[in-house]
Design a protein around this ligand. Structure first.
Ligand SMILES: [Zn+2]
Length: 443
C-alpha cells in the first residue's frame, strides 16, 4: 500500500518549493547530491572505492553496464537473475505485484533485448505519486479524475484512489475499442496515454473530453500532436517518464521542462551543431537502486533558454527517441556521421502521398523502407536521397520492405537502426556490443 500521508507531504512540498533563480536550484541540487552520494558509497558495494562524494568521482554508466553490476547497485543485495525471474513470472500473467525483499520489481518496457529491472520501495512509490500529482494536476483543490493508459499498471498506479482525486488505470494491451469504452465510462478530467492511443481516441466520436491531455511513454511527433490537439480541443502536453525516473513535464506554455528538482541532469552531447544530447541522470531521492550518472538512451534536443512560465528548469524542444536508433552514414571523406530521426521524419512525411513510414538501417548500412500511401514509395525514397545529398552524406541502397508487425503495446519506432544483440539478450556472446558509441562528453 502507498502511504497516503507521504504522497500528500511530497505533493505539497513539491508544489510549494519554488526556485526563483537557477542558483537557488543548484544549491538545492548540491545539498541533495551530498546526501545521495555520501550514502551511495556505504549502501552500494559498486561504489565502495569511490574516493570522494563528489559527482565527478563517480563513473557514468549506461544501461548495459548498470545491469551487469545490478547486484552491487541495489541496497537489498538482490541479483538480476532473481529479479528477472519473479518479474517475468508476474508479467506473463499481467499481474504487476512482483516483489522481493520488500521492494516491487518492475520490468522496463525496453525496445531492445536488454530489459531493465527496476526496484521501488513503498516510500519511493509514494514519492513518485506525490511529485507526479504536484506537477501534472492544474489545481490541488478541484476534484480530478485521472485516467492512465499504460502497458503495465502495478502498485504505482493503483493505490492512490479515493478522496478528491480518483484514478483509473486502463491496460494498453486491450483492444482499442475497449480502451475507448473504458475511458468514456470513466470520463476523465485528466487523460494520460501513449500518443498512438491519443491519436486513435481523438478521431473517435463520441470521445472523452478531458481538460488536460498528456502524451506519455513514447515519442510525440509534431503531426500526431497537431491531430490530438485538434481532436480534443486542448493542447497536448507531455510527460517525460522512464522506468529510471520521472524526468520532465510540459508547462502551461507548452515547453517540456526537466524535473531538475528531482533529478540532476548532465549532457552527453551527441551533436555539437544542434546541441542534441543524451541525458546522464542522477536521481536526487532514490534509495533502493543507485541511479547515479546513469546514461539514458534517449536523444533530446534542447529548447529555449528562458520559458515565459518563469521556471528555471531547463527546457527540451523535442524528445526524439533512442540514441541507438540514430542513423549513421558516410560523408564524402569517408567519415561516419549521424543523421537524427527528426530530419528523416520531416523529409519523408512531406513527400507527396506519404501517410506513414518505417525505415530500418541494417548492419551493413543499407536502408529498408516501408510506406503507407498510394504509390508513395518512389517519392519517399527520393525524399530520403535528397535529404542525404543536401547534408553531404552518401546514400546507401534503399530497398522496399513489408510493413513490420508491431504489437499494440510496443513503442513505435519509425526510424530504427539494427544493432548486434547486446550481451544481455545473448549472454554467451559477451564480446558483442550494441554498436558504436561516442565517448562520453559531459558539460
Ligand atoms: Zn515553461
Amino acid at each position: 500500500m502507498v502511504d497516503r500521508g507521504k504522497v500528500l507531504a511530497v505533493l505539497l512540498a513539491t508544489r510549494l518549493r519554488s526556485f526563483r533563480t537557477r542558483a537557488a536550484l543548484e544549491r538545492h541540487q548540491r545539498r541533495r547530491l551530498r546526501v545521495v552520494l555520501g550514502r551511495a558509497r556505504r549502501a552500494f558495494p559498486f561504489y565502495a572505492d569511490v574516493p570522494t562524494a563528489t559527482l565527478s568521482a563517480f563513473p557514468a554508466l549506461d544501461k548495459a553496464v548498470w545491469l551487469e553490476h545490478f547486484g552491487e547497485l541495489n541496497d537489498r543485495g538482490l541479483s538480476l537473475a532473481d529479479c528477472l525471474a519473479v518479474s517475468r513470472g508476474a508479467d506473463a500473467h499481467r499481474r504487476f505485484d512482483a516483489s522481493l525483499a520488500g521492494v516491487s520489481v518492475g520490468l522496463s518496457s525496453g525496445t531492445s533485448g536488454s530489459q531493465g529491472v527496476f526496484l521501488t520501495s513503498p516510500g519511493e512509490r509514494a514519492r513518485w505519486a506525490g511529485a507526479m500529482l504536484a506537477k501534472a494536476l492544474p489545481s490541488l483543490t478541484a476534484p480530478a479524475r485521472v485516467a492512465l493508459v499504460l502497458r503495465s499498471g502495478g502498485p504505482l498506479y493503483s493505490t492512490i484512489d479515493g478522496g478528491r482525486i480518483s484514478f483509473r488505470y486502463v491496460d494498453l494491451a486491450l483492444d482499442r475499442d475497449l480502451i475507448a469504452e473504458r475511458l468514456r465510462e470513466f470520463a476523465p478530467t485528466v487523460l494520460a496515454a501513449p500518443p498512438q492511443v491519443l491519436d486513435d481516441l481523438a478521431s473517435r466520436s463520441p470521445r472523452p473530453t478531458p481538460a488536460l491531455v498528456y502524451s506519455i511513454a513514447d515519442v510525440l511527433d509534431d503531426d500526431a500532436a497537431a491531430r490530438i490537439s485538434a481532436g480534443f480541443g486542448v493542447p497536448v502536453r507531455q510527460v517525460y517518464q522512464a522506468t529510471e525516473g520521472f524526468l520532465g513535464i510540459s508547462c502551461g506554455h507548452g515547453s517540456v521542462h526537466l524535473n531538475e528538482d528531482l533529478v540532476h541532469v548532465e549532457r552527453d552531447v551527441l551533436d555539437p551543431a544542434t546541441g542534441r544530447y543524451s541525458p546522464v541522470i542522477t536521481d536526487l531521492y532514490r534509495r533502493s537502486q543507485a541511479i547515479i550518472r546513469y546514461r539514458l538512451g534517449d536523444v533530446l534536443l534542447p529548447g529555449a533558454e528562458a520559458c515565459p512560465c518563469g521556471s528555471v528548469f531547463a527546457t527540451v524542444a523535442r524528445i526524439e527517441g533512442r540514441a541507438d536508433d540514430v542513423l549513421q552514414f558516410q560523408d564524402g571523406l569517408g567519415a561516419s556521421r549521424p543523421l537524427f530521426a527528426d530530419f528523416v521524419r520531416t523529409a519523408v512525411l512531406s513527400a507527396p502521398g506519404v501517410r506513414d513510414f518505417r525505415l530500418v538501417q541494417g548492419l551493413d548500412g543499407a536502408l529498408r523502407l516501408a510506406v503507407i500511401g498510394e504509390d508513395a514509395w518512389p517519392a519517399a525514397s527520393e525524399a530520403l536521397r535528397v535529404l542525404l545529398r543536401n547534408r553531404g552524406l552518401i546514400s546507401p541502397a534503399i530497398t522496399p520492405m513489408t510493413w513490420p508487425d508491431e504489437a499494440a503495446t510496443a513503442k513505435r519506432r519509425r526510424v530504427r537502426r539494427e544493432s548486434r544483440p547486446s550481451h544481455l539478450s545473448d549472454r554467451d556472446s559477451s564480446a558483442a556490443t550494441a554498436g558504436p558509441r561516442p565517448p562520453l562528453r559531459v558539460d
